[in-house]
Ligand binder design. Structure first.
Ligand SMILES: Nc1ncnc2c1ncn2[C@@H]1O[C@H](COP(=O)(O)OP(=O)(O)OP(=O)(O)O)[C@@H](O)[C@H]1O
Ligand SMILES: [Mg+2]
Length: 347
């Protein structure tokens, strides 16, 4: 059976510490269509603090996930993120693209606290049609080790990536596709995962700050186990449930506070380092942690701004059967990153 035919497919592959996620998007029609979603769980020790502890297990999970998509394509897009990736909006003298490329290393030295010999740099001019003396540039610096480690893990899994993107851009990309009307003013995107929460602050649709906070559902699970003597499975059931069980109150406020403080610090940093930085007017949350009953309303009360769930499928066409036996409502919040990766059509 030719499920996909000779079509332009992209696989977005998100290797999370809790779940390996692959999303196949078909780019051959008038609009991108989500054709398949596959999710494979990892055990708690395979990836810890962003580091792959067990290459064999993770590579197997990746291999299985890609195979289960059934998509015969080499267009795999993966991403790197975390502490070793820096995204920064800078101002520099307005020059042509080629010259900007030559100046970038020098510019990066002023803005990035990494050794320039060990980083990969990329950039995007944000106002290419502007006519001022300066231009705004989004600079990305990723430690080369990190990019190479990702490449070799995927190669070991038989899934050599065609492109390595940056988490923050992929999240932004998926968000932009699904919530174009929300890109005015300053907003925060929170991707609350299993062990990390990616915070992206966007100003008029441009990512101006990206940070990782060390909070995720793994912490919630451990807290519930310790405080209530529950099994990991029972704790997980509460976190994935639909009702706000009273046993969740303590962890929601404790871990919620950590997220709130992380956001406040980021906002303070921006108000001291960026001219004209306003306030964050709303938060959009995704990732498995965004499903924790009561967490988003708690954050909204605490931060005094709307905090709403962001759905990676809000505006995306979905092919029938793409989710097979997965519950679309339950997994949709987890797909922002892989959808953002798969939306990138690879030539
Ligand atoms: N339907 C679901 N299926 C699986 N896990 C779910 C579901 N709903 C919520 N979760 C929770 O979400 C977590 C996974 O979320 P997510 O996929 O965003 O994290 P991750 O990308 O694996 O982690 P990280 O980015 O921190 O490395 C699981 O560990 C689980 O606690
Ligand atoms: Mg994740």
């Amino acid at each position: 059976m030719a499920l996909f035919g000779r079509k332009k497919l992209t696989i977005g592959l998100d290797v999370g510490s809790g779940l390996v996620k692959a999303v196949v998007i078909d780019h051959s029609g008038p609009v991108p269509e989500l054709a398949k979603v596959v999710i494979t769980p990892l055990n708690d020790t395979a990836i810890v603090e962003g580091e792959v502890m067990d290459h064999g297990i993770v590579a197997d999970a990746i291999r299985q996930t890609i195979a289960a998509t059934g998509a015969k394509t080499k267009n795999i897009v993966a991403a790197v993120g975390g502490r070793d990736v820096i995204v920064k909006k800078i101002q520099m003298e307005r020059v042509k693209e080629q010259q900007a490329r030559e100046l970038m290393r020098w510019e990066a030295e002023q803005h990035v606290p990494f050794d320039m010999d060990s980083v990969e740099l990329d950039f995007q001019v944000l106002d290419p049609d502007g006519d001022g003396l300066d231009m705004s540039v989004l600079l990305v610096a990723a430690k080369r080790d990190l990019v190479e480690a990702k490449q070799s893990l995927l190669t070991e899994a038989g899934a050599s990536p065609a492109v390595i993107d940056v988490d923050a851009f992929a999240l932004h990309n998926a968000f932009e596709a699904n919530y174009p009307e929300a890109l005015t003013g300053t907003i925060a995107l929170l991707n609350i995962g299993n062990e990390a929460t990616n915070l992206n602050i966007l100003d008029e649709g441009v990512p101006i700050l990206t940070r990782d906070l060390g909070v995720g559902t793994r912490r919630f699970r451990e807290d519930l186990q310790r405080e209530n003597g529950m099994s990991a499975e029972d704790a997980e059931d509460l976190l994935r449930g639909y009702d706000r069980h009273p046993m969740l109150d303590g962890v929601v406020s404790m871990r919620g506070e950590e997220i709130a403080i992380g956001m406040e610090r980021a906002a303070t940093f921006l108000s001291t380092s960026q001219r004209n930085f306003g306030t964050i007017r709303a938060v959009y949350a995704c990732g498995g942690g965004a499903r924790v009953p009561g967490l988003l309303p708690w954050l909204s009360d605490r931060l005094r701004i709307p905090v709403q769930p962001a759905n990676a499928l809000a505006k995306l066409a979905v092919r029938e059967g793409a989710f097979e036996f997965l519950s679309t409502d339950e997994v949709a919040p987890l797909l922002m990153l892989p959808v953002g990766l798969a939306l990138r059509a690879v030539a």
